[in-house]
Design a protein around this ligand. Structure first.
Ligand code: GTR
Length: 420
């Protein structure tokens, strides 16, 4: 074959191999039909709250575990904790800072996560708390020089995947600790990479190997990936908070951004000890409807991040209409507990409207359970939050991020439910 023909053929073949461009045009979203959260898989309607709780809720939870995030191991590890330090004069006396190492098992070389806890000083009784994982290591959430620097893998290639002193406070715009403390909430966080490093290594590191059966080297197709592991880590943080004298573990607000928003929703769905669940810009695999073709797709997320979901979820690449669930049903698993979903105008990749429609799709379940649900049926205007229902929602200006504006709405929402 002449060289130039070969070149042309190669170009045509590689063009054909390109994934379809991502849709950002509302007019081009094809019609779709969502599965009904209030109809059993066999077609039987869910007639009352008891039927939801006893039959439909477990059915949906099982579908998400089997087909999407993978099952979380049922085995309970014995956690060991060690208080690394306490300082009652943190943040200019505003807070008590406590760092607790949580070992995942009795072995001396067991993996661990470090919990960083800031509690407001001078409060009467136990305090409610905001709990969320962070992206860069605990030391990135505040410029506080006492915060331990993680030894786990971090995403910085430039620094050989090691955390650095230089990153102290680098993520502080996403963690307005003073603002939260002043409103009477504790701030609790852990680094997600302490639980499972966020890259595809075939599940050799992270917590998955702690649960392998003899001879097992990776999770089965219906067993957890990294999102499942991060969600599990949040529940282990809750185990520790249940034993913290100053913290009211019945008033823990779980929050998470983006991939950690996905993990947060999955944690809140499985573990009903969390009082309120907040999804910030969680997008595909989070609050956004998978069937709505806008922004990120199932094929793309499974290709870029093959370690996030379970093996079974890969069969739905470009076949969203065949997933037996959609993300409104994940949100419905939070019911009757308060749920908050938020979006950002410039975060088209996460599909803000799809996130809103996810929340709206969960509403019938809240109503069946006698809760007010979401009080709006149209996507709210920018920075006009809907705070008064059991489902809250806002869309703010700006990009994919966590801002003081987001935190302020979350606290306004939490106040309504936790400080009655
Ligand atoms: C993106 C991914 C999103 C979102 C985001 C993040 O690359 O496509 O689903 O999770 O990362 O976590 O920041």
């Amino acid at each position: 074959m002449p060289r130039y023909l070969f070149g042309t053929l190669f170009l045509l073949l590689s063009l054909a191999a390109q994934p379809p461009a991502f849709n950002y045009d509302e007019a081009k979203v094809p019609k779709y039909t969502l599965p009904d959260p209030l109809v059993m898989a066999d077609g039987t309607p869910v007639k009352d709250a008891a039927m939801w709780t006893k039959k439909r809720r477990p059915e949906i939870l099982e579908l998400f575990a089997e087909q999407v995030y993978g099952h979380t191991p049922k085995t309970r590890l014995k956690l060991r904790t060690e208080v690394l330090e306490i300082d009652k004069t943190a943040h200019g006396g505003l807070a008590t800072r406590k760092q607790v190492r949580v070992w995942f098992g009795p072995a001396a070389d067991a993996p661990f996560m470090d919990l960083l806890i800031y509690m407001p000083n001078g409060m009467k009784g136990k305090v409610p708390a905001f709990l969320g994982l962070n992206f860069g290591g605990n030391h990135t959430i505040q410029p506080d020089t006492e915060i331990r620097v993680t030894k786990s893998w971090v995403s910085s290639k430039a620094n050989n995947f090691q955390a650095s002193e230089k990153d102290r406070g680098a993520g502080s715009s996403r963690w307005p600790v003073d603002l939260v403390l002043k409103r009477g909430y504790a701030v609790v966080t852990a680094y997600y990479g302490d639980i499972d490093p966020d890259f595809d290594d075939g599940f050799k590191n992270g917590v998955q190997p702690l649960f392998y059966k003899p001879g097992q080297t990776k999770p089965e197709a219906n067993e957890w990936g990294s999102l499942g592991a991060w969600a599990w880590g949040l529940s282990r943080a809750m185990d520790v908070l249940e034993k913290e004298k100053e913290i009211d573990s019945t008033r823990v607000v779980l929050h998470g951004h983006s991939r950690l928003g996905k993990a947060t929703l999955w944690a809140g769905a499985q573990d009903q000890r969390f009082a309120i669940v907040i999804s910030n810009d969680s997008g595909e695999g989070g609050a956004a409807l998978a069937r709505r073709k806008f922004g990120e797709t199932t094929a793309r997320i499974n290709t870029s991040f093959p370690h996030w979901f379970d093996g079974n979820f890969k069969q739905y690449n470009d076949k969203e209409d065949t997933i037996p669930v959609d993300q409104h049903m994940l949100l419905a698993l939070i019911a009757p507990r308060p749920l908050y979903v938020d979006s950002a105008v410039e975060d088209a990749w996460a599909d803000p409207r799809g996130e809103f429609l996810g929340a709206l799709g969960a509403d019938p379940v809240y109503r069946l359970l006698g809760m007010p649900g979401l009080l709006v049926t149209e996507h709210p205007a920018v920075e006009k939050p809907s705070l008064d229902g059991t489902i809250g929602y806002h869309i703010r200006n700006g990009k994919h991020d966590v801002t003081d504006y987001d935190w302020t709405q979350w606290m306004n929402f939490a106040d309504r439910h936790l400080k009655k």
